[in-house]
Every structure is written in C-alpha cells, then in structure tokens.
Design a protein around this ligand. Sequence first.
Ligand code: AMP
Ligand code: MG
Length: 497
Amino acid sequence: MTQSRTNSPQFDNSYVLLPEHFYSKQKLAPVKSPALIRINQALAEQLGISVDWLASPSGLQVLAGNEVAPGSLPIAMAYAGHQFGGWNPRLGDGRATLLGEVIGKDGKRYDIQLKGAGRTAYARGGDGRSPLGPVLREYVISEAMAALGVPTSRSLAAVTTGEYVMREGMLPGGILTRVCSSHIRIGTFQFFAGQNDLEAVKILADHVIARHYPQAADAERPYAALLRAVITRQAELIAQWQQLGFIHGVMNTDNMLVSGETIDYGPCAFMDNYHPNTVYSSIDSGGRYAYGNQPGIGQWNLAWLARALLPLIDKNEELAVQEAQQALDDYVQQYQRAYDGVMAGKIGLSQADADSKELIEELLQLMAAANADYTLTFRRLAELAAPGGYDGDSVADLAEVPDSLCSWVAKWEARLASDSVDARERQQHMLRLNPAYIPRNHLVEEVIRAAVDDHDLAPFHRLVERLAEPCRYDAADARYATPPTPEQVVARTYCGT
Ligand code: AMP
Ligand code: MG
C-alpha cells in the first residue's frame, strides 16, 4: 500500500488556483465493485504515471472515483455553450471530475479526468454516470485518432463499476480516465462572457495563454493573438477530421477545446462510403453537423470565442470587431490551405495547387456517385501510385477502385508522372497518409456488444491494438479493414449520456 501510494501520480494543479466560481469542488461518489478493463501503458509512460500503480488496488480505487490520490483536488469545471445553435448559459461537467493535472515527460501539462464518476454540481437531471458502451467507444475512437496523428483527448484507463445505470434499460456502468492538455472549451469562455464577468474572461484568457499559447503574451494585442492561435489550431484540426472522413457529430461550442484537441466522442463516426451529407448522430435530425458542414460550423463556433474575447482585444469596440472579424475571415483560408495540403498528400502530390485541387474535387464527386469507400479508395490509390504496383499486403480484395474512376486514374497517373519525386518514396508517403484501419462503426458496435451482452472484453482489446497501427496493413487482419456488409451497417450513433 505504502509502495503504491508513493507511486501515485505527481499532481501539479493549476485550474483549482483560479477563482472559485470557475469550478465546483467535487466529492467522490464511490462505486460498488470496480474492475479494471484496460490501462493505456504507452500513454501512462508518456505522462510519467506508473503503470504498476494504475494496475494496483489503490490505482483502481482512484480510477473508479472511490479514493482521492495524494495531491489530487477533484473539481467539476463550469462552462456554458451553444448546443445545436441554442444558447445554454449553464452546462459544466455533469458527469466528469477533473482529478488534477500532471506534467508529462514532454514537459507539458495534462488534465486527468474521470468521466462517469458520479453527479456533480452541474449534473442537473443527469446521474453523472456512463454506461460501459460509450466508455469503450470513446476509448477505441480517441486512441485510434491519436494513432492517426489527430490532436485528441486520450484514454488512460477504463474500468467497470459493478453497478448498473438506467438508460433504455439497465446497462453496466463504466468510467473512462480521459487525458488532454486542458478541458477548457469555447463554452468556458462563454460561461463568463454570458454573465458579463469580464474579469473572469480575462483571468481565463491569461490562463489559456500561459498554458497553451505562451507566444501570444508577447504580441502587440495578446488577446487577438490568442484568438488567432485558437483559430489556426481549429482550422488544422478540422482539416484532419475531413481528410480522414471523421464526423464529430456534436460540434457544440461546449465540445470544442481551445487547445485544438478533439473531444467528446459521443455520436461521432468515421464514414464508410463517401458522401458529404453523411450524418450518423441520432440527435442531429437537421444534419447541422453533417460531414460537409464541419468546416463552416468550426467558424461559427470560433465566432463565439471571438465575441467573448472582444472586450479584451481592444478597448475601442470598433477596432476590436475589426480585428476579430479579420481573424475569423482568415479561418477560411487557413482551413482551406490545411485541407488542400493534406488532400494533395493523400493522392501523392507534394504540394497543393490548382491542379491538385481539381483532381481532388473530381475524385470526391466520382466517389460520392459510386458509393466508394472513403478510406479504402485512398488506400488503394496509394498501392497503385508506383508503376511497379505494391508488394505489401493489398486491400484490393476488400474494395477496388470503382470502374467509374478509370479516366480519373489515368489523369492522376499522368499528373504523378510529371512530378520529379521518386515513385517508391511517394508511395511510402501515401501509405503513411492513407490508413487501412479506421474505427468503423460496425467494428466499434461489435466490441461493445461482446462486452455488454457476453462480458467478453477480448474483442475490445484486439480492436484497440489493431487500430494502434492504422497504416500498416496486414492481410491477416483484413476483417478490421473491411467495410460493413449491408447487414452490418450502423447507420445511427448515439450520445454517450
Ligand atoms: P455532452 O453531450 O456529452 O456534450 O454533454 C452535454 C452536457 O450534459 C454536459 O454538461 C454534460 O456534463 C451533461 N451530461 C451528459 N450526460 C450526463 C449525465 N449522465 N449526468 C450528468 N450530466 C450529464
Ligand atoms: Mg460535452
């Protein structure tokens, strides 16, 4: 016991040092008989957290919210937000408890948070709990996103609670330990701005500058620089989502971190067939957060951050508005540049230009018309990119490039031939940019069913491990790369509430 106590994380908390109305102190709500599902060893090591301690009885008690580790000061954070366009002045962590912050081996600060550890001051009618399914879902998808190189919240551990939660029936409960560089949302700024608490907005902005964007402190207008920095990260993040066919599903302003990491893996999904109108979320009946709308919604959300920061940007309101408007206008080019660049790379071109943009646009139109699988079509193009073909395991058996793309392929090959890049090198690069494995809906659903219905967690572990190397295709694991059959298609995804 003494041994494992000394191994517990070295907390170094900064958010609790902010004014008391930024959060609410959280008493833990113990669960009956927690059991460990999985520890993310690689992440624990990066964070300098002992894997032995996490796996120890006292580690388990902490991951279940049953005990407070030394140095941990549990809080629930206050925030507001626009949900599906509607203003909600008081949201906050209803089922999430921030245990504290640690400094990782990279010298950076990380939040350690439990999700599903019980009611908080912001729980309203909710039970503060999470069913096991959404915990596994978030673990799989967030870790897959990290492996795909997308900035994201991470999953450090998952446990079962030994208790049931009431949803559409009684479901086994789970708790996820979530890690990200902070849980500060656009909605956190809105919480204070909505109450005209300018002093709090300034304290929060200074905290965010010190924590995430220290270079903004030296700018002529630090808060305008902060806004610009957040905008840049968000533009780059959403370009990453788009290039992977990732649909967040609930891009409410309370689900957008100012650090530029993806958070809130609720009804999110990766597209199978390409279509810009794709929506999976059961609650997004209007398609507000459809795949093709994500870049525009990103800007809409950022406009609310800009509005919250306005009084800090310049005392002269007109100047402040001008500055903020310019930053928001620039988002469009920043997003487009990031997207064009990464899409050019996906088809093997070293730089985006008018040609590459035309090729991509045409390709996507053809893919939409042909119901082509988004991920495998690009992967297959990577295999075809070198004249000698590809000698590794091929996804050709899983999805062939549709015949209707033939003339496009000829045009593309001609364009590649005019590039001076070595074909093999180009192919290697494309193979690294075009994954074979993504957390497809039907795979995620399958591991959840096995865990919940059959108490079998082995499929979950296998999927997590397979998705850790998304770009190294192995034909022995073809089933993890195969698009769903019509019977397997999961057309609707649900919030993790
Ligand atoms: P989300 O859809 O996960 O972004 O959550 C929206 C809001 O509802 C946030 O304030 C959450 O903390 C809160 N919430 C979601 N589920 C629960 C729950 N089971 N108990 C309490 N609050 C919840
Ligand atoms: Mg949320």
